[in-house]
Design a protein around this ligand. Structure first.
Ligand code: ADP
Ligand code: MG
Ligand code: ZN
Length: 482
């Protein structure tokens, strides 16, 4: 029987985090009362003329540079004509023949375990449409134009991915790039980062592409994965039963976990693209491009590699720390003040646990009370033997919530480790006297009993005894077991 492989290409829409819209000075703020941020340009009054937002072009070019694209100068804006109530002019302003960026690539973790390179066909700029708000109970629909004119880039990939896992790995990598660049707020619920997935299957060994379907408006990594997975199986079953895939647009139904047909190729739009006569060709001067290139921050993957070297911990464990640029900065700050590996372990363990326990955002350290200095200081206190690792763990939740510095907290609560040999010796003696049979067993060769005895001293001192000194005391008093 023929075996089939999947082929996936993605179109990702990224909302650029400019304060004003692409062709007018209206605010892009989300969640305002309907039609508050609307002017003659975004409402398409006759004679109103668009003026290009310079910052949006800079942001779009940054994305292109980060993905190793060629930046076209000039690039052209074109009208993409179609009718829809949320699109007052009757066309979207997009780029067609000459997009801003072309021919890049991005490296992702592939299914085989190695690195996989996914080609970027093009990145073009365009404006978003408004929103139709349907009110069935009132038998009407309203149009909200607040979003109309919001700047977007569409990142179009080559059909280079072979599974839902690779598609999601690609998306996550892109997400990391645009949020590290600071050109997108990354808010997927608000639609700031959304994608359409093109899926086809073909017999293994075949080089021509199969007929594709396009899955629309997938707004979470999870839904992208599930929709693609479903669609691959559907097409595979269809082909194995001797059927053929029809080129069409399909919608993912989250509740039923299926994709259903929305419109076929025959009903597909003919957009009649042509260069927008209201807008000049866009030139990005070489000097400005150089300046943008020089401002590119270190990307998540590169940072991850560096953190692995710094800590000696596996890349897979450290991924959590590069989920946002702010969190990676937080780690780097703390790791510069204390043992990096111990800082990483404290952040991956107790700190992430507290985030989840309190509902704090793991990627947004600015919203926490705890500072990188506090994390480093706590690591330092354990390292110096001022407090035990157990105490550090115990007080972590309080420190996380209050933002208090560990040193003053430990001093105020008298949690300092007992390293005073006299006090510890008395405790060790008491444990030896109270556990005659265990001591006997130890002397008879049962070395494991030692950890029980040390544990007893810990209990008596509420975990504050310095374990190294306690161990040393037992060794001296009980000798080496025969
Ligand atoms: P359109 O703009 O009509 O959606 P494009 O040619 O721009 O068409 O392709 C859009 C996306 O579809 C690209 O990401 C591309 O890689 C992907 N794609 C094209 N053909 C296939 C196919 N046969 N199987 C999977 N993906 C495909
Ligand atoms: Mg498409
Ligand atoms: Zn406007």
């Amino acid at each position: 029987m023929t075996t089939y492989e999947a082929v996936i290409g993605l179109e990702v829409h990224v909302q650029l985090a400019t304060r004003s819209k692409l062709f007018c000075s209206c605010s892009t703020e989300f969640g305002c009362p309907p039609n508050e941020n609307v002017c003659e340009v975004c409402a398409a009054m006759p004679g109103a003329l668009p003026i290009l937002n310079r910052q949006a072009v800079r942001f779009a070019a940054l994305v292109g540079l980060a993905l190793d694209c060629r930046i076209n100068s000039p690039s052209l804006f074109a009208r993409k004509n179609y009718f829809y109530p949320d699109l007052p002019p009757g066309y979207q302003i997009s780029q067609f023949e000459l997009p801003l960026c072309e021919g890049g690539h991005v490296d992702i973790p592939g299914d085989g375990g190695g690195v996989k390179r996914v080609g970027i066909t093009r990145i073009h700029m365009e404006n978003d449409a408004g929103k139709n708000i349907h009110l069935p109970e009132r038998g009407c629909s309203h149009v909200d134009l607040n979003r109309a004119g919001t700047p977007l880039v569409e990142i179009v990939s080559e059909p280079d991915m072979g599974s839902a896992d690779e598609a999601v790995a690609y998306l996550r990598t892109l997400y990391g790039v645009v949020t590290y660049l600071g050109v997108c707020d990354g808010n997927m619920e608000e639609g700031s980062f959304r994608c359409d997935a093109n899926v086809s299957v073909r017999p293994v060994g075949e080089s021509r592409l199969g007929t594709r379907t396009e899955l629309k408006n997938l707004n979470s990594f999870r839904n992208v994965h599930r929709a693609i997975e479903f669609e691959i199986l559907r097409q595979r079953d269809l082909c194995e039963d001797g059927g053929t895939v029809v080129q069409e647009t399909r919608l993912y139904d989250v509740v039923r976990n299926v994709t259903t047909s929305m419109r076929s190729k025959e009903e597909a739009h003919d957009y009649r693209y042509f260069p927008d006569p209201d807008l000049l060709p866009v030139i990005v001067p070489e000097g400005e491009l150089e300046e943008l290139r020089a401002s590119l921050p270190e990307m998540p993957q590169a940072r991850l590699g560096r953190f692995a070297t710094l800590t000696g911990l596996p890349v897979a464990d450290l991924e959590v720390l590069v989920q946002s640029r702010a969190l990676a900065d937080f780690f780097e700050k703390a790791a510069g003040l204390a043992d990096p590996r111990k800082v990483a372990n404290m952040m991956l363990g107790p700190l992430m646990r507290e985030c989840h326990a309190t509902g704090a955002k793991t990627g947004d350290p600015a919203s926490w009370a705890m500072t990188p200095e506090a994390v480093a200081q706590l690591v330092g206190l354990v390292d110096k033997g001022t407090i035990s690792a157990k105490i550090a763990n115990d007080i972590f939740p309080e420190l996380f919530r209050s933002g208090e510095m560990p040193e003053s907290h430990v001093a105020a609560k008298g949690l300092g480790q007992i390293s005073d040999a006299g006090a510890l010796e008395r405790a060790v003696d008491a444990v030896i006297a109270a556990n005659a049979s265990e001591v006997e067993a130890y002397r008879g060769g049962k070395r494991k009993v030692l950890s029980f005895l040390v544990g007893q001293v810990m209990r008596q001192t509420q975990g504050k005894a310095n374990p190294a000194i306690v161990n040393e005391l037992f060794a001296r008093k009980l000798g080496d077991p025969s």
